[in-house]
Design a protein around this ligand. Structure first.
Ligand code: GLU
Length: 452
């Protein structure tokens, strides 16, 4: 007889804790989802009978492997590589690769879990995965990065494929790294297929893949504001990070008339009261993508403030775009942001707000878009890159721009559909909306496919 009692959140988290010792990021991500989903499951018993949430929170497969490579001095270096294939109920595994010293199994399990919901929200047929290595790319030469990427994919190639698992970029992995991995994959397998997304435009990449995550986060913000007849135009925007996502968030904020005033990296943040302009953004792109320098140089170049070792959340502004990394907004930060007049947050990064921060934003009834909804534009255009690769064609840029805009609007509407709050008809709980909408799609596919 199938079980009929839905576990309480405490019971569920208890089991999760026991099965995943020493994995705080993973537990944090699953707990946030479980809070909303268990409530929903209470009213929809079939998901409980099939133990869907428990099954989703146990990756299909967690791979870990040694990555040996030689640095420019000839020393042999050993890193650890991973691929977590979380769920492929609605399509092949899909998700980025992260190279950062903080990478471990907990971080990648949280990211693969989130990716499962995010990919479902895009409406495209993609399952959830994530991979990476505990490599610190800072200060490494091009040749070292190439050797590392070649070694990494020489193991990973046997676990991925255009219909199996399609990795892409994430923190520390951009066009350069994807190019090196693609080259080595092609060499090993002698097959020219869309096994990775985020490729260069010359060899199967898609127009606007680079812009998509940052643009998408700003579109999501635009849609949240539009719902209540407000807009980005004229508003001060506090942005963290300075990589691909932050750069294109700045670009789209500027296009919509907003005023971006900050950027950050692991050494601190810059505050440019007069606003980051298109010309200043061009400097940031050169600095970060070509010279791979520190954000402090921006302050020197343009006479802006630089705050070493800090994050930008004490700056007065109205819209916030955390685009750096997980847990970059603490409960204390959230309190200051609310005091300073932040009215909406769209997460460009994955899980940048801690559980405390999310709770405070929710209690204050500001508009809060979680990463799995707001930053889904990147993987959505990856999905479109996969389609183009399968058909061996490239769509025109205006068409892709339109598709990205439409997909972000659809994600917003899916969140709205499931994010209503009883007794408060003007408020949308986007966290609940994203969690439940993503869950339902994957869950229904899992039930249809049986106990596997
Ligand atoms: N790493 C990105 C994310 O967090 C993109 C993944 C992809 O394009 O597969 O969604």
């Amino acid at each position: 007889m199938a079980r009929d009692k839905v576990p309480t959140l405490d019971e569920f988290v208890d089991g999760l804790d026991k099965r995943n010792p020493g994995q705080p990021e993973f537990i944090q991500a699953v707990k946030e989802v479980a809070e909303n989903v268990l409530e929903y499951v209470n009213d929809h018993p079939k998901y409980n009978e099939h133990q869907i949430l428990e099954r989703m929170a146990e990756p299909d497969r967690a791979l870990s492997f040694r990555v040996c490579w030689q640095d420019d001095e000839g020393n042999i270096r050993v890193n650890r590589g991973y691929r977590i294939q979380n769920n492929n109920a609605i399509g092949p595994y899909k998700g980025g690769i992260r190279f950062h010293p903080s990478v471990n199994q907990s971080v990648l399990k949280f990211l693969a879990f989130e990716q499962t919901f995010k990919n479902a929200l895009t409406g495209l047929p993609m399952g959830g995965a994530k991979g990476g290595a505990n490599l610190d790319p800072k200060g490494k030469s091009d040749a070292e990065i190439m050797r590392f990427c070649q070694s990494f994919i020489t193991e990973l190639y046997r676990h991925v494929g255009e219909d199996v698992d399609i990795p892409a970029g994430d923190i520390g992995v951009g066009g350069r790294e994807i190019g090196y991995m693609f080259g080595q994959y092609k060499r090993i397998t002698n097959r020219y297929v869309g096994v990775l997304t985020g490729k260069g435009l010359e060899f199967g990449g898609s127009p606007i893949r680079v812009e998509a995550t940052g643009y998408g986060a700003v579109y999501f913000m635009e849609d949240m504001l539009k719902r209540v007849n407000e807009q980005i135009d004229g508003r001060i925007c506090v942005i963290s990070g300075s990589g691909n996502v932050a750069q294109h968030a700045v670009e789209k904020v500027l296009a919509l008339g907003g005023k971006p005033v900050s950027l950050s990296d692991s050494s601190g943040f810059i505050y440019d009261k007069s606003g980051i302009t298109t010309e200043k953004l061009a400097f940031v792109k050169e600095l970060k993508n070509k010279r791979r320098g520190r954000i402090e140089e921006y302050a020197k170049e343009f006479g802006a403030e630089f705050h070493a070792g800090q994050r930008p959340w004490a700056i007065a502004g109205e819209l916030a775009f955390p685009c750096a990394t997980q847990n970059e907004i603490s409960g204390e930060d959230a309190k200051i942001m609310l005091k300073n007049g932040i009215i909406a947050v769209a997460e460009g990064a994955n899980m940048p707000s801690t559980l405390d921060a999310v709770r405070l934003f929710h209690e204050a009834r500001i508009k809060f878009a979680p990463g799995k909804a707001a930053n889904a534009g990147g993987v959505a255009v990856s999905g479109l890159e996969m389609s183009q690769n399968s058909a061996r064609i490239t769509w025109k840029e205006p068409e892709l721009q339109r598709l990205l805009r439409d997909i972000m609007q659809e994600i917003h509407d899916r969140c709205q559909r499931y994010g209503g709050v009883a007794g408060d008809k003007n408020y949308i709980d986007y966290v609940k909306g994203a969690n439940v909408a993503g869950f339902v799609k994957v869950a229904d596919a899992m039930i249809a496919q049986g106990v596997v």
